[in-house]
Design a protein around this ligand. Structure first.
Ligand code: ADP
Length: 151
């Protein structure tokens, strides 16, 4: 049976840190679905969801094992619908850990067969965050070095 992982996130925007997690995840999984969610706590996006979907697809166009979808429902439910038995997530620091730990416990409660798998960020990407990129971009700064595609 194919090992399918869902990599869920807001990806507002998708960064080189995210790209690194996906590429390393390919060593563990046969397929990875990058799932751009509408997070209720972050309802106002900076980058439009369709634009980001297209940019991520262009980043991985040479890798057929990677697909991109958008969703607006429970992540555990979306994983079940896509036969994904794994949730892939990235960890940069203890703040990420606290947040991810809570989400993973809830997802396990909602879907007992779903395993959350965490990859520690690679050092060059540890300081990259979507929120910092939004701030820099908002005030006209150059964010191209932090993104795997051009805006
Ligand atoms: P969410 O809104 O669900 O936190 P994000 O788009 O911010 O979604 O992040 C998706 C996942 O990628 C999370 O697990 C987050 O910790 C991880 N992540 C974000 N930035 C990095 C990075 N620079 N290196 C590794 N993982 C990262």
């Amino acid at each position: 049976m194919k090992k399918i992982a869902l990599f869920p996130g807001s990806f507002d925007p998708f960064t080189k840190g995210h790209e690194d997690i996906v590429l390393r995840g390919l060593k563990l999984f046969d397929e990875i679905i990058i799932a751009i969610g509408y997070n209720s706590a972050k309802s106002d996006r900076y980058f439009k969801i369709d634009f980001m979907k297209e940019r991520i697809e262009s980043t991985f166009k040479h890798l057929p094992q990677i697909s991109v979808q958008t969703y607006s429902k429970l992540t555990a439910e979306f994983a079940r619908e896509n036969q994904a038995k794994f949730l892939l997530r990235g960890l940069r620091n203890t703040t990420d850990f606290e947040y991810e730990n809570t989400i993973a416990q809830v997802n396990k409660h909602l879907h007992s067969e779903l395993e959350s798998i965490f990859l520690i960020t690679s050092p060059p990407y540890a300081s990259i965050s979507s929120s910092i990129i939004r701030e820099v971009h908002r005030y006209g700064g150059d964010v191209s070095a932090m993104l795997p595609y051009s805006l």
